[in-house]
Design a protein around this ligand. Structure first.
Ligand SMILES: [Zn+2]
Length: 1118
């Protein structure tokens, strides 16, 4: 599955994307932190010139000499007139001089092209590992009405062998439908199961389905003949697996010998079509009773006799239910045709545990089985599913209005991968090099925008076949673009589903960033067809195995497919790496390997840790063991575990087996990959590597866990007493620009090196750790940047700026260091370092919010970004893939400069908004067709246009939003509505959005996102979410991503009052709020913001005024 990381229409979204979502961890927009790092709290901006230390040393020397300085006696002074005049002149000169010095200092702070600003000598390092505070109340908070996960797991005595499902979907809009059947589906299913432990009960998962619980409605029977055959077959093949003899080699071999047209037969045929008219009941087992437990989501058949292990039986029954409207199970959704009329279609989404709400089944990932599906659908619609069509739109016997499509059986798949859709979409078709049929489906008006995804999809199959060393074992791959889809995309085997915004690409409508996102999302989902679908995690606690690998390999695939034109390694640094860094420094983080206690937690696990930290860990592993051995290890892993399920250890063992003897770890023995990797998967967080000079010759590296704010308590259940937040850290570093061999930091690492040499750790930013240098180290880096910044790699420049700002915010470092390190920026032309710096500046601004004392940081940002903005051609049409990073720089510079009210920026945005949008589009136009605003900066232009525009502008844009058919444009438009400065229209837009039907559930996130960072909107979202929580919860409770993001983006805590209000709201609505960890994250970040302000605000105000912080202001602590 692919999450939607952030909406593209976030007005500061690009930076936000770089650092995760804006609330969650984006240091640019939210943040916080500040623990008192003993030592560092005394350090901040005081003592910049070290004078007080000097005075203190002088006093110390005096004490040592046993002297006490007498206060000087006052002397009466008299002087002549001339002397007085001279003194007066001196005083005037002194004033002038001091004014000049003040100007100089201030100028220095703003122009920063010059010398190194002095900073505190080195009192900041405190090597005491601070123990994380634990959340004592957590255990009490557990919702006892939700059964523990152990109770929700299916018994282990029965496993599914296959499913044969027929579904009739009563989708209106095409043929007459009986009133009581309208918007429902009927289904009949035969499930063949195997008893693996003697039992008299068969338990399936089932949720909110219409089942007739009379025993007579169900049949459980044994096919004696079939059992005989099976037994005979088994005795001749002892190695047969639980999945009826599937093994990778066999399938690959079959695959290789078949031509394209024969590929539908590559799966051994096992006659899943149990005869519908099987009426002989002599083999039926007596069902004593059937019980349905909706809390545990169990459908239990209690049998009169015990079934012995090894027996195989069939369960056959029918059921029905309404099509859902909650974007899970089999649900109803809609799109608009070109003439504005609405069309309905049916779609499915099952991950993680929604399959049971579609059909009773064994709904746990390790219970894999083939599915054979037949769909009866209205004439005029098409049906698609996981398997290839065997018969397509064939007339049914019963009615001329209904046709059926039957599909070839799937490979053994987990239930969360089952998929189908009934729609009137069109498709584009192609074929992979080895002949896999590839189609992309979309509504007719968007079909031409699927060309790019089709191309990337096909090339991805070709790439992975080579990379995994295994041909794609099914004859076809479909992808479908859906406007209303809860996650970003879903890797259902053979039928990948996407939210439109992540699969459609049209250069006139979409930025290069969208194009890149489409490429990586498609490559991500296709990668899952192997890792995820063929090789699946045993249980959700290893979800990262699915998602981390897909996230890592998507970048590899796109790099290969596009010849590296997007510069994906820099994009990885900007997005994946930074999101993981940001989220994992929080108390609300979690280990990659999770202890899952509820299904809500499974849903919450689809986050930046699972995806981006997982990918970052793999990147680090690949660098340590080498690309070739990494690839070989993965190949073996896929081959060995194909059609089976797996866990983290199996992956690490597979990679470990490729490691040559000569590769050594921290203990100088052969590198032990599982031992290394477990320390990164079993405990949350990551280290900061700290450099200290022991003497003129020796530099020492040590580590400690990095936390953005250790004062925020964290979950006791993630406390890891085994490793106690220590990692084995691969040290990549350079000395004076020369790359050094890999070294290991276990406890401490010492390097013989003189003070004059430049040591840069993690220069390519591959290690998942931050680095804090000693004073001389930071100064050396700054000098190098000022002298010739190109001597430090781009990713290294990004890393040092990013680390410096985050370390400063977390009180590990005086803020001066961060501002010093970024003082060379006027020479910088690359995107990454600029984005790191702008994010750092924004982080400071975010904490100041829009209070009057924020003037200093606002002016500072203006002074920094203005020259950059003026040098960029913001209206340039970035058309080539290689321009992606440049386009990001333009988009970011414009967002940031407009945000601090940069005059040229606002003027430009308003002009473009008026001339190329408002005047170019009439009320009955479609915005995506009439707007001429460059796509790279469209979100900022629309937002500024609305911010400075009239109510009439707002109304016009609102109407254009409703009329718009393109998802991306709708999303940008909706976010721009949130930028209005009129509280009345904003509240109205929220209310109508949530209570009306104009917008899809997942689109509303954009509205809240826009508002959360709007000048006025940000003051309204907290209240709206709390005042309307009941309605929001009712509408969105089953759409895991939409409501999470609304809370995450919408809640913003500025002061104690906000904090108290939200805490009291949470305690009043425990049952509903505890289902979304976003509430907890909001509290964490709110508290961090308050802490940050206590520690940094006053000092920074002085700093921006150019005043020296001679002494730490006591008030800073108040
Ligand atoms: Zn995924």
């Amino acid at each position: 599955m692919a999450m939607e990381e952030i909406d593209l229409s976030d007005r500061r979204g690009l930076i936000a994307m770089a650092y995760g979502n804006p609330k969650e961890g984006n240091k640019s927009l939210n943040t916080s932190t500040s623990t008192i790092d003993k030592g560092s709290d005394k350090a901040p901006l005081t003592n910049i010139n070290g004078k007080s230390q000097e005075r203190e040393r002088e006093r110390e020397r005096d004490r040592e000499r046993g002297e006490t300085r007498e206060p000087r006696k006052k002397k009466r002074i008299s002087c002549a007139y001339a002397t007085c005049l001279f003194l007066l002149l001196c005083a005037i000169l002194a004033c002038l001089l001091s004014a000049l010095i003040t100007y100089g200092l201030t100028k220095q702070a703003f122009d920063r092209d010059g010398d190194v600003l002095p900073f505190v000598p080195d009192p900041r390092y405190n090597l005491t590992q601070e123990e994380a505070l634990l959340d004592e109340e957590e255990e009490e908070e557990r919702d006892l009405s939700i059964p523990p996960m152990a109770d929700l797991r299916l018994p282990k005595d029965v496993i599914p062998l296959w499913y044969n499902l027929t579904v009739q979907v009563h989708l209106p809009g095409f043929v007459p439908i009986e009133k009581d059947k309208n918007l429902t589906y009927d289904a009949s299913i035969t499930i063949k199961v195997k008893i693996v432990k003697d039992t008299d009960k068969i338990v399936l998962n089932s949720k909110e389905l219409d089942l007739d619980l009379n025993a007579g409605s169900f049949r459980i029977f044994e096919d004696k003949q079939d059992s005989e055959n099976k037994r005979a077959q088994r005795s001749s093949n002892e190695t047969e697996s639980e999945n009826e003899g599937f093994n990778a080699t066999e399938i690959t071999t079959i695959h290789e010998t078949k031509t394209t047209t024969e590929r539908s037969n590559i799966v051994p045929h096992r006659n899943l079509t149990f005869e519908e008219d099987h009426n002989e009941k002599e083999n039926d087992l007596k069902i004593k009773k059937i019980t349905l437990n909706e809390t545990l989501q169990f459908l239990t058949f209690h049998l009169s006799e015990k079934l012995s292990a090894g027996k195989e039986v069939y369960i056959k029954f029918a059921f029905s239910r309404k099509l859902r409207t909650t974007m899970n199970g089999l649900y109803l959704t809609k799109y608009k045709t070109e003439n504005g009329t609405e069309r309905l279609f049916a779609m499915t989404h099952m991950e993680p545990a929604y399959a049971r709400g579609f059909v009773p089944c064994f709904d746990e990932p390790h219970l894999k089985a083939p599915w054979k599906i037949k769909i009866i659908h209205p004439k005029g619609t098409k049906a698609i599913s996981n398997g290839i069509e065997l018969e397509e739109s064939v007339a049914t016997k019963d009615s001329p209005d209904w046709v059926y499509t039957s599909f070839g059986e799937t490979l053994p798949i987990s239930s969360y991968l089952v998929a189908m859709s009934v729609n009137d979409f069109e498709y584009l078709e192609g074929e992979s090099a080895k002949g896999t049929r590839f189609r992309v489906w979309a509504r007719a008006t968007a079909i031409n925008e699927t060309e790019y995804a089709l191309d990337i999809g096909i090339k991805s199959i070709d790439f992975y076949e080579k990379y995994y060393g295994m041909e794609y074992p099914i004859p076809k791959q479909d992808m479908i673009a859906v406007s209303d889809f809860d996650p970003g995309a879903m890797e259902n085997m053979g039928l990948i589903a996407f939210r439109e915004i992540l699969v459609l690409y049209n250069p006139k409508l979409h930025s290069l960033q969208t194009k890149y996102k489409v490429a990586t999302t498609v490559a991500h989902e296709v990668s899952h067809q192997w890792l995820g679908n063929l090789v699946t995690m045993d249980w959700w606690n290893d979800l990262w195995l699915n998602e981390g690998t897909a996230r890592y390999l998507e970048a590899k695939a796109v790099k290969e497919i596009t010849n590296g034109s997007f510069q994906g390694d820099q994009m990885f640094e900007l997005y994946e790496h930074n999101r993981a860094f940001t989220k994992d420094a929080r108390s609300s983080s979690h280990p990659l390997h999770l202890n899952i206690t509820s299904y809500d937690e499974v849903k919450e696990a689809f986050d930046f840790i699972t995806y981006d930290k997982g990918a970052s860990l793999l990147k680090m592993i690949e660098k340590i063991i080498g690309e070739k051995d990494f690839e070989k290890g993965l190949k073996d892993y896929v081959k060995k575990l194909c059609y089976k399920t797996t866990n983290s250890s199996s992956l690490f063992e597979a990679l470990n087996s490729e490691i040559p003897e000569k590769l050594t770890g921290w203990d100088e023995k052969k590198f032990d990959l599982p031992d290394f990797a477990n320390k990164w998967t079993e405990q949350m967080g990551y280290p900061v590597v700290e450099l200290h000079r022991l003497d003129n010759e020796t530099l020492e590296f040590t580590q400690r866990r990095f936390k953005r704010d250790p004062t925020i308590p964290e979950s006791a259940r993630y406390r890891n007493a085994r490793y106690w937040y220590k990692w084995d850290i691969p040290l990549w570093y350079s000395v004076d620009g020369d790359e050094q061999p890999l070294a290991w930091l276990h406890e401490a690492y010492r390097l013989n090196i003189t003070e004059n040499q430049l040591v840069l750790v993690n220069p390519e930013s591959i290690g998942f750790y931050r680095v804090n240098y000693d004073q001389r180290g930071w100064e050396a880096i700054q000098r190098q940047l000022l002298k010739d910044h190109t001597k430090i790699p781009v990713k290294g420049r990004h890393r040092v700026i990013d680390d410096a700002f985050i370390l400063a915010a977390a009180n590990h470092l005086p803020y001066e260091v961060a501002f010093n390190v970024s003082s060379y920026l006027s020479k910088e032309t690359e995107t990454l370092p600029w984005i790191a710096a702008m994010a750092g500046f924004n982080d400071v601004l975010h904490h100041f919010d829009d209070q009057p004392d924020s003037e200093g940081i606002r002016e500072f940002i203006k002074s920094q970004v203005k020259p950059l903005f003026n040098n960029l051609d913001v209206t340039h049409n970035f058309a080539e893939d290689k321009d992606l990073l440049k386009s990001l720089l333009v988009a970011n510079a414009m967002k940031v400069y407009c945000m601090v009210d940069g005059a040229e920026c606002i003027e430009k945005a308003i002009k473009l908004f008026k001339e190329d949008f408002v005047d170019a589009c009439s009320h009955d136009d479609i915005a995506s067709e009439c707007s001429r605003v460059p796509v790279t900066i469209r979100d900022t232009v629309y937002c500024e246009g609305i911010r400075w525009g009239t109510t009439a502008d707002f109304e016009k844009i609102r109407n254009l939003t409703i009329r718009e058919t393109t998802s991306t444009e709708r999303s940008i438009l909706l976010a721009s509505l949130g930028c209005s400065r009129d509280p009345y229209v904003l509240k109205k837009a929220f209310f109508e959005g949530v209570n009306g039907t104009d917008f899809h559930d997942n689109e509303l996130v954009s509205l809240f996102l826009g508002a959360a960072y709007g000048t006025v909107g940000k003051y309204l979202t907290n209240d709206f979410i709390m005042d309307n929580w009941k309605e929001l919860f009712k509408r969105f409770q089953d759409t895991q991503f939409s409501l999470r993001n609304i809370v995450l983006y919408g809640l913003r805590l500025r002061d104690e009052r906000d904090l108290k209000e939200i805490e009291s709201f949470i305690s009043k609505h425990k049952i509903t709020t505890r289902r979304f960890s976003a509430w907890k994250s909001a509290i964490e970040q709110g508290k961090s913001t308050l802490n940050w302000n206590k520690h940094h605000r006053k000092s920074l105000i002085k700093f921006f005024k150019g005043e020296k912080n001679e002494k730490r202001d006591e008030d800073d602590e108040l």
